[in-house]
Ligand binder design. Structure first.
Ligand code: CIR
Length: 245
């Protein structure tokens, strides 16, 4: 959105955002996905929806269906209509109803397990609705407290089979007893948000020390400069919804 500079902010201080630079960075991000063999379908900019670029928060896409969320920030609720239209050709749609709220950034799917962050954006009613929608599909929904960051996926994301990248200050590592955990470098607290596509991981260029840790494990890391989007409290998972076909 050309109004990105008016985005919601919760845990980071407002800094000037260069909208043109943000657009250029987003273009590079799209090219990175295209190079990985992803077919990118871009949605039109939302002039009055400052946070519209963060499409991840508006839907949860599973093999069986997509769930249109009800974002926790009222300023973001109108974002869902365009995303629902875009997903309808690919998935049956379910949705989260008032008063529940869910931001997709709070939803981490690992196999049949769906971890849901109880952040300032996602409410217990939203979690219950997810449980009701997903239990018949044999997904197990686990709510988790998150502290100090915007979303669960600010604190933990999947980077390889059975492997999570985590900032233990923001989420309890004990919630993932059977997974291999890779810690972010302590100097890069926002470094836990990585976007795994196939065998590669799209990752912010701003976190080289955490990147080194991933590469030491043999993971292919594709760095992208998302500095302007980071000023809007976004990172790499939040700018796309992955739909497997
Ligand atoms: C917000 O506060 O909603 C946006 N400024 C940032 C959302 C980032 N979303 C995400 O990481 N899933």
């Amino acid at each position: 959105s050309p109004s990105l500079a008016r985005c919601e902010l919760t845990h980071v201080a407002r800094e000037p955002i260069d909208a043109a630079r943000a657009v250029a960075q987003h273009d590079d991000y799209e090219h990175c996905l295209t190079d990985l063999g992803v077919e990118v379908q871009s949605l039109p900019p939302g002039p009055d929806l400052p946070d519209a670029v963060f499409v991840e928060d508006t839907a949860i896409v599973l093999d069986e269906l997509a769930i249109i969320t009800r974002p926790g920030a009222p300023s973001r609720r109108a974002e869902t209509a365009t995303v629902a239209d875009a997903l309808r050709p690919y998935r049956e749609l379910a949705s989260i109803a008032a008063p529940g709220t869910v931001d997709g950034g709070d939803v981490l799917i690992v196999g049949r397990r769906v971890y849901v962050g109880l952040s300032s954006r996602t409410s217990p009613s939203g979690v219950e609705q997810l449980q009701r929608i997903l239990a018949p599909l044999r997904y197990h929904v686990t709510p988790l407290p998150v502290n100090g960051c915007l979303h669960l996926k600010s604190a933990v994301t999947q980077i390889a089979p059975n492997t999570l990248l985590i900032n233990r200050d923001w989420v309890d590592a004990g919630a993932f007893p059977n997974m291999r955990l890779v810690d972010i470098d302590p100097s890069e607290p926002h470094g836990a948000n990585a976007l795994a596509i196939g065998d590669s991981v799209v990752f912010p260029a701003a976190y080289p020390r955490t990147r080194d840790r991933l590469e030491e494990l043999g993971i292919t890391v594709l760095p992208v400069d998302v500095s302007e989007l980071a000023k809007a409290e976004g990172a790499v998972t939040c700018c796309c919804l992955l739909v497997e076909r």
